[in-house]
Ligand binder design. Structure first.
Ligand SMILES: Nc1ncnc2c1ncn2[C@@H]1O[C@H](COP(=O)(O)OP(=O)(O)OP(=O)(O)O)[C@@H](O)[C@H]1O
Length: 298
C-alpha cells in the first residue's frame, strides 16, 4: 500500500490572542490517498481555513501529525518549506485577486512560478511548452495574452488552476475556489478541477462551505468544531437493467482512540445527551439514550 498524500493525525492548532485561546483544530484526523479528489465541507469557523493554511505550509500546527506527499510539515526547515510550496503543492484561493497578479497575462502567470522554482529542463522553450500545455489543459489558451481584468471570474479561476499546476505539484489545495462565482460557473470550475486531477494524477483537496460541491466529488469529509466528523462516499453503480444510479454512503470518522462524533440529526432525533447506553452486538454497536428512571423501572 502506498503512503497517503495527505495524512493528519490528532492535529491541533490553538490560536492565542490577548490571553484568549481558540482551539481551531481539536485533534483532526484526515487521510487522502494518492489521486483522490476530496471535498472538505463545514460551517463557518469549523477550522477549514486553519487546516488548509497548515497543509499549504503557511502555518505550523500546535501538535499532532501532518504529512503531505511524504513531507512532514512539523519538521520542515525553512528551505524545505520554500521547496514544498513551490514544487510539492499548488494552491487556488477564493479571491481571484490573490491567485493572479493584475499586471501579468495568463501566459506570464503560468511562466513565473516555473522561473521562481528554477525549472530548467528545456530552458525557456521547456517553460513555454509547459505553459502552453497547462493553458490548453484548462481550455484557456485563448486567454494567454489577457490580464485578469479582461477575464470573467470563472476564466480567472481556470487560469489560477493552470498557475497552481505549473510546477507539477503532487497535491492541489483549493480554498473556496468557487466562492465568488455563480452556480453555473462554479460547476464548470469544479469540473475542470476534477478533470485535471484525473488526467494528471494529482491529489486534490477542495475546501468549501458550499455543500453542493459534494455532488462533484466521490468523497466529502465534514469538519465540525475542528474535527472531521462524518464522510459521504459517492459512487455510480449499474443495476441489473443496465441503468446507472448514484449511491451515497454515510460514514462517521473513528479516531485512533476510538472516538466518533454522531451526526447532529441522530443526536437530535433520539434526544441523546450527556451519556448514552452502549451494547456490543455480534457485528455492530448499539447506542441508546440513557434514561435512568426508565431503566430502574424495568
Ligand atoms: N489568526 C487567528 N487568531 C485567532 N483565532 C483564529 C485565527 N484564525 C482563525 N481563528 C479562529 O479559529 C476558528 C476556526 O477558524 P477558520 O478560519 O479555520 O474556520 P473556517 O471553517 O475556515 O471558517 P470560514 O468558512 O468562515 O472561513 C474560528 O473560531 C476562528 O475565529
Amino acid at each position: 500500500m502506498t503512503a497517503p498524500d495527505v495524512l493528519c493525525e490528532d492535529l491541533v492548532r490553538i490560536y492565542a490572542t490577548d490571553g484568549i485561546e481558540v482551539q481551531a483544530l481539536q485533534g483532526l484526523n484526515l487521510r487522502i490517498e494518492r489521486g483522490e479528489l476530496v471535498a472538505l465541507v463545514g460551517a463557518s469557523g469549523s477550522g477549514k481555513s486553519t487546516l488548509l493554511t497548515i497543509l499549504s505550509g503557511l502555518d505550523r500546527p500546535t501538535g499532532g501529525t501532518a504529512q503531505v506527499a511524504g513531507t512532514d510539515l512539523l519538521a520542515m526547515s525553512r528551505r524545505e518549506r520554500v521547496h514544498y510550496q513551490r514544487r510539492t503543492v499548488g494552491f487556488v484561493w477564493q479571491q481571484t485577486t490573490r491567485n493572479l497578479l493584475p499586471y501579468l497575462t495568463a501566459g506570464q502567470s503560468v511562466e513565473v512560478p516555473q522561473l521562481l522554482a528554477g525549472r530548467s529542463s528545456g530552458g525557456a522553450r521547456g517553460r513555454a511548452a509547459r505553459t502552453a500545455e497547462m493553458l490548453d489543459l484548462l481550455d484557456v489558451t485563448h486567454l494567454r495574452d489577457r490580464r485578469p481584468a479582461e477575464m470573467s471570474g470563472g476564466e480567472q479561476q481556470r487560469v489560477a488552476i493552470a498557475v497552481a499546476l505549473a510546477n507539477g505539484p503532487q497535491v492541489l489545495l483549493a480554498d473556496e475556489p468557487t466562492g465568488e462565482l455563480d452556480d453555473e460557473t462554479s460547476a464548470e470550475v469544479l469540473e475542470a478541477i476534477r478533470r485535471v486531477g484525473r488526467e494528471l494524477g494529482v491529489t486534490v483537496l477542495v475546501v468549501t462551505h458550499d455543500a453542493s460541491v459534494a455532488e462533484h466529488v466521490s468523497r466529502t469529509v465534514r469538519i465540525r468544531d475542528g474535527r472531521t466528523s462524518t464522510e459521504t462516499l459517492r459512487r455510480t453503480e449499474v443495476d441489473e437493467h443496465g441503468q446507472a444510479r448514484h449511491v451515497a454512503q454515510e460514514l462517521a470518522v473513528l479516531d485512533r482512540a476510538g472516538r466518533l462524533q454522531l451526526p447532529a440529526e441522530f443526536v437530535d432525533t433520539l434526544g441523546l445527551r450527556d451519556r448514552v447506553r452502549l451494547a456490543l452486538e455480534e457485528d455492530h454497536v448499539g447506542v441508546w439514550p440513557h434514561r435512568p428512571d426508565e431503566e430502574d423501572a424495568r
